[in-house]
Design a protein around this ligand. Structure first.
Ligand code: XIL
Length: 312
């Protein structure tokens, strides 16, 4: 059987997975290399990971993933430059003037994007900027720098690596709703102002049986603005234990997401947020839920895996 990455390539799409750098050996490494043509570090490129103390950098896991990707002919999605979670304590506990925070953010973006210039194909420059009602999430960046922090971050990222595709990434923006419309309005205004923005990332942390019916329409409206769309963090969780019926529904849900992306030329492809249930964030974050990925905890492909293959 053709691995997913071969099927995706034949359709001009990417098939990615989030990975944990320390696990990239043995069976985990073999599947990551064989089945996927894009990798996203699940945590290794977040600000708190790369600069735990101010001015002291730790690039080991991020480097390992980028090296692995190059060895295996894969591209890397950099995740993420600005987010309200997993930031270093010195940043979140600091008291910042607008000017000082602006300098620190610019320096962070220049340093991280500059380090991987030419080696990271796309960046999630800003992650999760909106609240559910479509207002800006009142993060440190938003409240201290003002809402133009997003335009500034994009501009600084472009300067650091003009060849990288620059994205804004968020969750619960897969269907047409207040939050995705706020993202749409932002991207439209950034495009009109000439701010560098190449794409939007729809995370797609979904629940079995609940793929938004407007997914394809929503992807299409962003494409019509002249930006790419990527499904960046797909997983489809269920209440445990997993049953055959739930795994069958999950396969149909994976198929629906893949079909929606395949149907729109500007949808670049799909990244799953971990390919195995043994490396998924879901059980830790949503107690009692899990089984959200295409492979079970023993690296056996689930019905969802076969549904992805058939949709590609
Ligand atoms: C998650 C990681 O998978 C976990 O290991 C970590 O403990 C928390 O963050 N949206 C995102 C990702 O953009 O960065 C998050 O990743 C999942 C939700």
């Amino acid at each position: 059987d053709t691995p997913l990455r071969g099927l995706a390539e034949a359709k001009g799409k990417v098939m990615g997975t989030a990975v944990t750098g320390s696990k990239l050996t043995g069976t985990y490494g073999e599947i990551a290399a064989r089945e996927f043509n894009w990798l996203t570090p699940g945590n290794a490129m977040k600000w708190g990971s790369v600069e735990p103390s101010r001015g002291t950098y730790n690039w080991a896991e991020a480097d390992r993933i980028v090296d692995f990707a190059e060895t295996h002919g894969q591209q890397v999605r950099g995740h993420t430059l600005l987010w309200h979670q997993q930031n270093p304590g010195w940043l979140t506990n600091g008291s910042w003037t607008k000017d000082r925070l602006s300098t620190v953010v610019q320096d962070h973006i220049a340093t991280e994007v500059g380090r991987y210039k030419g080696r990271v194909a796309a960046w999630d420059v800003v992650n999760e900027p909106f609240d559910e009602d479509g207002t800006y999430r009142p993060t440190l960046f938003r409240t201290t720098l003002g809402q133009d922090y997003i335009a500034q971050a994009l501009t600084w990222a472009r300067a650091a690596d003009p060849g990288a595709k620059l994205y804004i990434n968020d969750y619960n923006v897969e269907g047409v709703n207040a939050k995705s419309t706020a993202l749409y309005d932002l991207v439209k205004s950034l495009k009109e102002r000439g701010v560098p923005i190449d794409g939007v990332g729809l995370q797609a942390h979904l629940i079995v049986g609940q793929v938004p019916s407007t997914l394809r329409q929503n992807i299409q409206r962003f494409a019509d603005l002249g930006v790419d769309v990527a499904i960046t963090e797909l997983d489809i969780r269920m209440q445990l234990p997993a049953t055959q019926a739930k795994l069958t529904q999950q396969a149909a849900d994976y198929r629906a997401v893949l079909n929606a992306c395949v149907a729109v030329a500007r949808c670049t492809g799909v990244t799953v947020w971990g390919f195995t249930d043994s490396d998924s964030w879901i059980p830790d974050t949503f107690p009692g839920q899990g089984a959200a990925t295409p492979y079970d905890e023993n690296y056996q492909p689930k019905p969802a895996y076969h549904a992805i293959a058939e949709a590609l």
